[in-house]
Design a protein around this ligand. Structure first.
Ligand SMILES: C[S@@+](CC[C@H](N)C(=O)[O-])C[C@H]1O[C@@H](n2cnc3c(N)ncnc32)[C@H](O)[C@@H]1O
Length: 353
């Protein structure tokens, strides 16, 4: 048996042992932060670190061996294995940094509004352009019959919408809701909100009764090739996040819709209702505000407060559901996934603006 072959076998064995430790660590991370078991986590991490330093030595030893003459097919295959191994070892450093951030228990507030002044100015520019493009899309598409019953498609600003979705995502992660996370926009108009929501949640569905808007929304989604988005007619309460921005003009009918949503949504469903009279008109419903415009259904007040605290321990990462996974992550994959479930992404995977 050649030296490198021996080293490969040894390295594979160590990788298997690391995978056992990191899978156990990822499983421990699956508990909500407040219920995590720090001693057991530390034990797994120490064991993994010890094995990784052994693995590093094996990888270095393999790199020092220079093959003479033409490489055989199995030597070339082994080179590819060791390249992948070096990639994992380099990545481990970034996984550790992210892991340390995730277990540091430093709360990141859930905020909607309260943006620093200079950043608010930048958002204002983005919102201005967004609203202009929105206006172009919805121009002259409102159906006459629909115009009698409902508001035209007036957009919520993208910055406010994104902030609400971000808070809702962290509330879903804090509740450990099973994937896919499903978002519903009641009265989605021409469907642009759904494109934003699909960057945050796994599926984004819009209900809209105006046929002109439905047609525009469907064309838009076909044009941008978004296949996790759909516009539909009908009524369904089987969603994790339900958004409604004043679809109906009549306050009486709007209240009836709000009551129906609150009564039928499953406990733990996050509601995004970005207008003032929702909160003031619904104080006695089983629905509690967590942060401005963002509410949770079916929890007692103390449960809702506890959830709000837990969600602050969820990190700020928004990982688009269709983001490609690293095919060479190997033993790191379960821990990277567990970090993502806690709202933490490795630095290279975060958007750079
Ligand atoms: C204020 S716009 C909301 C636009 C979009 N959701 C946003 O936030 O940018 C309200 C939308 O609700 C739609 N709508 C009104 N009544 C509805 C109903 N009963 N069912 C479904 N959609 C309705 C209207 O056609 C309109 O497009």
């Amino acid at each position: 048996m050649s030296d490198t072959q021996e080293l490969e076998e040894k390295a594979r064995q160590i990788e298997g042992a690391i995978a056992v430790e990191l899978e156990a660590l990822a499983e421990l991370m699956a508990h909500p932060p407040a219920q995590s078991a720090p001693a057991a986590m530390k034990q797994r991490l120490v064991a993994a670190k010890r094995l990784i330093s052994k693995l590093r030595k094996t990888s270095n030893a393999a790199q020092k061996i220079v093959a003479s003459g033409r490489k055989t097919q199995s030597q070339r295959r082994r080179d590819i294995y060791f390249q992948g191994l070096r990639h994992r070892l380099r990545k481990w450093n970034r996984v550790q940094v992210t892991y340390d951030q995730a277990i540091a228990q430093t709360p990141t507030p859930l905020t909607v509004g309260d943006t620093p002044a200079h950043f608010a100015q930048q958002l204002e520019v983005i919102d201005h352009v967004y609203t202009a493009i929105y206006g172009l899309l919805r121009a002259d598409t409102q159906d006459d019959r629909a115009a009698l019953l409902g508001y035209p498609d007036i957009p919520l600003t993208l910055s406010r919408f994104s902030a609400c979705c971000h808070a809702a995502l962290r509330l879903c992660l804090a509740q450990q809701k099973p994937r896919p996370l499903r978002f519903l926009d009641v009265g989605c108009g021409v469907g642009i909100t759904l494109l934003s929501a699909a960057r945050v949640f796994d599926r984004a569905t819009g209900l809209e009764f105006d046929p002109g808007y439905v047609a525009t929304a469907r064309n838009l989604h076909i044009a941008v090739g978004s296949d996790r988005v759909e516009v539909t007619a009908g009524d369904a309460m089987d969603f994790d996040v339900i958004y409604f921005f004043k679809p109906i003009q009549s306050r009486e009918k709007m209240r009836a819709l709000e009551h129906r949503i609150i009564a039928q949504a499953r406990p733990g469903t996050v509601l995004i209702a970005p207008y003032m009279d929702f909160a003031t008109d619904n104080p006695h419903q089983p629905c509690h505000s967590i942060v401005r415009y963002v509410h949770v259904v079916g929890l007692t007040e103390s449960q809702a407060n506890a959830l709000g605290q837990e969600a602050q321990m969820i990190g700020p990462a928004i990982i688009p559901p269709d983001q490609d996974k690293d095919p060479k992550a190997g033993f790191l994959a379960p821990l990277i996934d567990a970090l993502a479930q806690r709202g933490f992404a490795l630095k290279e995977d975060r958007p750079q603006i």
